[in-house]
Every structure is written in structure tokens, then in C-alpha cells.
Design a protein around this ligand. Sequence first.
Ligand code: 5GP
Ligand code: MN
Length: 335
Amino acid sequence: MSAAEADWTSAVGLLAAYDEVVLACHVGPDGDALGSMLALGIALRDRGTKVRASFGSEPFEVPAAYTGLPGLDLLVPVAQIPEAPGLLVIFDTGSIDRLGALADRVPAAADVLVIDHHVSNTRFGTVNLVDVDAAATAVVVVELLDRLGLPLTAEIAAPVYTGLVTDTGSFKYAGTTPAVHELAARLLATGIRHDLISRDIWDNASFGYVQLLGAACARAVLEPAAVAGLGLVWTTVTDADLTATGLALSDVEGVIDVVRTAREAEVAAVLKHDPADGWLKVSTRSKGAVDVGAVCGSLGGGGHRFAAGFTSGDDIDGTLDQLRAALAAAPHLPV
Ligand code: 5GP
Ligand code: MN
């Protein structure tokens, strides 16, 4: 469902009332989180607003796929974000804990505008623009720009396109509606180099990543009986993998995209060791017959119906046992 008309009015009112805003998105930002945030950030700066944007990841680094985006100069480390912002705008973030080191700014801010499309969104803003039917948070941002009467320049279109292609898997996933393609056409008409944007996102691996991917795929396990007979394929990314290749956790998000292509399994999972805290960061995907968002929700995480995750303080065996049990109990959806 789209956001209510009253919420749009409140959101437009908030952005008109402040001449200084703080923007934030979830830790380990993906193309939609970062793209949505930069797009609105550029538009607000162009109209004369003071904009500071950040995300609560340690270390504070923009993933390589997004280092060519316009608006990165709006980014400042968490330490430079005021402790009690006036207006805090939060992108692509379903719950406060996903803000990491910026989570404490939410209760401290005078106004909090949440812009998102996660079904699991907990509506933690004073105003919530949550459209669970939107293919990406970036789609909600464009509607907001239109309602604010701000122009969609090529500089803004590039991060919007980044969010759109990231969250639709290059226009492959369910939810890629005619309106998504119409928006893509509008973005391309601004003159953006969509080919270079896509290359930066999809064809931009280091050689170390190719080797890590090979190692992770080589030890993948197929469990045909799991998920009540629909099948599970899973693998791990260990500390040793990251150390050997010099990669960060944010560099290995794409491993799941390869593992999930195994047709023998309805559900795919990648368990990644987070060197920062020793916890496991679990990514899950389903082909459409299982709501992994609900499954991960029951394990303390969340996400979308067919792409979700959770974090676990347990070891690999214990975490897998919990995941197997939750998947075995999950209802099967009509595909
Ligand atoms: P990924 O597997 O790519 O990290 O995440 C897939 C989806 O699940 C994203 O939409 C992300 O927001 C959500 N997600 C991943 N990990 C977590 C988590 O630990 N908690 C919650 N609430 N959502 C998560
Ligand atoms: Mn998103």
C-alpha cells in the first residue's frame, strides 16, 4: 500500500519547514539506501538546504559499486552528525536498530521522516512515508521530489537509477511493474550513463572477490529435504576468506546472488562472519514459494518477502539449526 495522503502532506510540510536536514540510511548501505539518500540530498542542497548525510557502519566506507555516484560530498562520518538533529530523514531502513551507530539520533531528533518500502517497517518516524508496493525506496523519493516541485536533474537521476536497478535486480524481480519501466525511461531521458552505473554495480568485482566467490561456492551445501522438501542451499564466508582476499563484509554481498541460482533449492542462505563483532550476518533468498522475510523476522531480522536477513550470535551449526527449523515450518505460497 502506498503512503496515506496525510503522510505525504506532513512530509512535504516538514521538508519545507527546515533549512537544515540530517539524512541517514541503514548500515552496510546498498544501492537503494545510498541512492535514495543521495538523490534527496542533492535535490535539497540544490534548493538551498544545508544537508549532512551519513550511515552508521564501521569502518565508514562507501562500497566500491557506488563510489562514482554524484552527491558523495554530502557524506560525513557519524561523529560529525549532530547529537540532536532538527529534522532527521531516514532511508530504506525498516527498524531503528538497522541504523547502527546512528540509532541514538532517532529519539533525540525533533522530527523524524522515515522513507521506506520494507513490509517489516516499524513506522518509527514522526512521519512515515512507507510504500510497501514500491519496487525501491528510490521510487518513493521520486514521488516526494515531484510533490515538492523539485526538478529531477541528471545528477539526481543517477542515484535514483542506482536504487531502482539494485532493488529490482536489473528489472528482473517480481514487482517490476510498468510504472518501474516508465520511471526508468524518465531517468534515462535525463541523459544519465545507465551503462556505466550498471557496470559499477554488477561488473565491478576485484580478482580477490572472484577467488572468494569460488571458494564459497565450492563448499556450498545442498539440502534437498530442507524447507519441507523444497530444498535449501547454503554456504559461508569466513574471517579467513576476508583476510586472504583483503575484502570487507560489504564487498561480499553478491555471493548470495550466485548461490541462489541453484535450481535444486527454493531457499538460499549465506552466513557471513562479521569481523567487527564476531556475529554471523545471514542473507537469505527465496524463489517465491517461501516468505523468507517472515522467517528472518521470527529469528530477529527482517527484510522483504523473497530477500531478507538476520544476525546471529550463535555459531554456524546453531544458526543453521534455527534457520532450518523456521524454514521447515514456513507455509508454502502459491507461485
Ligand atoms: P541482504 O541479504 O542483502 O543483506 O539483505 C536483504 C534484505 O534483508 C534487505 O532488504 C535488508 O534490509 C534485510 N535485512 C538483512 N539483514 C537484516 C537484519 O539483520 N535485520 C533486518 N531487520 N533486516 C535485514
Ligand atoms: Mn530498498
